[in-house]
Design a protein around this ligand. Structure first.
Ligand code: DC
Length: 236
């Protein structure tokens, strides 16, 4: 049997990380974990409990609550997993633009990151995980055997996100989605705590001009190379 590895997929928002991660996990029988959903769940908690006002997070109130938040992924009927916050399915609520903006804010807080990183490391301790996010290859799994850094032009990403939100029945404007993408890039890359950085040993995938099929093939080649490397190392 092939040895299991951990796969870290980082990159800008809306660049298709989750599509890559889900497709790969399904093909190779690994567990997919959407780390962004965890920050979104914390953000939703803040929104629902008045801990974020005019874009400012009540840090001390969140600090007293963060350890008691129960964030889990449970299988859904379509073969994927839904995000649960304190036993409630919040999968659709955490995908709103409001939750995205709030997530981008709570994810700048050190104590929030420490709590999420600990949970994520527990989820990956037995390997066989494909996790996507911003700091997976640099902080969560610095020893991941395969690290991908995914990117695409902001306009391409905004267009994809816009179509996704419209398909979900949300009432959004393309220009607002583009502004949201640019604003989040800026915050994700410039925050003091674990800013989005390309891990030194990661492989870059710019998918601006790739079809989903080309991207999938590319990813499978990268996976196979990582497995070959692990197997060769084991035989030395
Ligand atoms: O990937 P996403 O758009 O669902 O992520 C939501 C927010 O959470 C985004 O602003 C970046 C942040 N995030 C993070 O800081 N670290 C991660 N590992 C994943 C997401």
């Amino acid at each position: 049997m092939t040895e299991k590895i951990n796969i870290a997929i980082d990159g800008h928002s809306s660049c298709g990380k989750s599509t890559i991660a889900k497709g790969l996990a399904q093909k190779i029988g690994y567990t997919y974990i959407d780390s962004g959903a965890m920050y979104r769940a914390v953000a939703l908690y803040c929104i629902q409990n008045g801990l974020i006002k005019d874009g400012v997070v009540d840090e001390s109130a969140l600090k007293t609550k963060i350890q008691s938040l129960q964030i889990e992924f449970r299988p859904n009927t379509t073969g994927g997993a839904d995000t649960y916050l304190n036993d409630k399915n919040v999968e659709s609520e955490i995908r709103s633009l409001e939750a995205a903006s709030a997530a981008s804010k709570v994810s700048t807080l050190k104590f929030v990151r420490q709590t999420m990183v600990y949970l994520q490391q527990q989820m990956g301790k037995n390997k066989g995980v494909v996790m996507d996010g911003r700091d997976i290859g640099t902080v969560v799994f610095p020893d991941a055997e395969l690290k991908l850094f995914v990117t695409a032009k902001p306009e391409v990403r905004a267009d994809r996100r816009y179509k996704e939100l419209i398909n979900k029945g949300l009432d959004v404007e393309y220009n607002d989605v583009l502004a949201n993408v640019i604003e989040r890039d800026e915050r994700d890359s410039n925050r003091a705590e674990s800013p989005l950085r390309q891990a030194k040993d990661s492989v870059v995938l710019d998918n601006s001009d790739l079809t989903p099929e080309q991207q999938f093939e590319w990813t499978m080649v990268a996976y196979q190379k990582a497995i070959d490397k692990v197997t060769q190392t084991d035989q030395l």
